[in-house]
Structure formats: C-alpha cells, structure tokens
Design a protein around this ligand. Sequence first.
Ligand code: BTN
Length: 263
Amino acid sequence: MSANLVAATVRSGLYTRIIGKRIRFFQELTSTMDTARECAESKIDEGTVVIAEFQTSSRGRLGRTWVSKPGNLYLSVVFYPNRVTLPLIGIVAALAVKKSILKITGTRPDIKWPNDIMIHGRKVAGILVESVMMSDQIKYAIVGIGINISLNREEMGELGSIATSLNLSLGYEVSRENLLRTLLQELDSLYFDIKKGISPIQEWRESLNTLSEKVSVAHGGSKIEGIAEDVDNLGNLIIRTDDGNLVTLTSGDVTLEKNDAAR
Ligand code: BTN
C-alpha cells in the first residue's frame, strides 16, 4: 500500500499565480473530472486543483477508461478560458507534464499528438480536456491529468505493452510531491503565457514525436493514413494522405507506423 500524497510538502515552495492557489485532496473519488466540474459549477477560483489518490470511474480520451491505482497522480484543474486560450489548454498541460518530468528526473519525454506523454515509445501520462458551453459562451473547462508513477506491469494489465510508469521506466522511485509541485508551477507559467498571447505551439511542435512520420489515425469510425506533415496554430494535425490530399484532424488516435503499439 503506497503512502498518501503529503499536502504540506506539495504546498511548501509552491509559488504560483493562478494554478494551485487552492488544492483539494481526496482519498477516493469517482473521477477528479466530476468533482472539478462541481467546483466549476459553483464558480470556484480559476486554477483550483482537485486531486484523488484513487478514482473508481476514471475516464480517458475518446470514451476510454483510465487505469487508476493508489501511488500515481490523478488531478483535474478548473479553467475559465476564452476562445483563444481554450484550444491551447490541453497543449500547455502536455508541455507542463513533459517539462516537469524532465526537471524532476532528467529524462526527456516526447509527446504523441495531441497530448500523450511518452517515454521510450510507451505512454506514461495522458491529458483529458472537457469544456462546457452555455449558449455560445464558454462556461468552463476542466483539464484532467493522469501520470503513471508507481503503476506496475500487473496493474497495467493488457496495456502493459503500450504503457509504462515513471518508476518502471527509470528504475527508481520518483517523488510524487516534487513532481506535482513542479507540474503546477510549469502549468501556471505556460497558462500565464497563453493569457498574454504567447503561443505554445512551436515548443509543443518541437516535442511531438509524430511529425514527418507515417501514421494511421483512427478518427470517428474511420482510419486516415498518411504522413503527419505539421500541426496548425490551433493544434490540429495536418496529414498528407497517400493520394496527395491534405486532411486536417481536430482529434483522433495516432499509431506511428515505425514503432507502435502505443496509443
Ligand atoms: C487519456 O486518455 O490519455 C487521458 C487520460 C486522463 C486521465 C486523468 S486521471 C485524472 C483525471 N480524472 C479522470 O477521470 N481522467 C483524468
């Protein structure tokens, strides 16, 4: 049984302007997404973080579930974005996860479009963005972040061939508190930048393992194959299909032809 996250250790030395001014720690939730949504409905401060040791019905992108066991990091952050910042918050979350892992472990993950965090071709963390509109106004957005820290092969089950955890891939125990504090700081700084109009796209583009690769993208019920040529300034993926046409994808599940397995 892993020890609980120590809230005081996370808070000590956490200097942020928006993200993590309020942090709510829970032992068990259905999903941090649900609790963060309730918080946003009651107009809690932007940047409020909801963290659970364990989730009983955690969810991933594209209607999938997300393996949730004690000893990892499961959090959701409340945002009140505008039309410019909304398409970028998943991107800054992915960059924040990547940068915090690099800072804490010295290992540089890459990002599989749109925001899967990968180490040695296996997924170590994922991002889920859910936004709620009222008429044509953005009411709020919740960014969920799941990072596999101590997950072992047994706990991964059938995902074992495409997923990993930090402890497994690095061979030592990574401090959840230090990683979480650094993650909130990175997210705060990147979110502040997009609010000032500084685009994260170039930095994110340079982190993507997907560009110039032959890919197959499951999108809706269909599959699109071709070369991943670029991303646009909203983060959409531009594919050159085998017949020479350009297709722009807003979402989907990429398989890189060269190595993966990974989703
Ligand atoms: C993905 O499919 O890659 C996204 C996974 C997101 C998982 C996180 S864990 C914290 C938050 N709560 C959830 O139920 N999902 C997100």
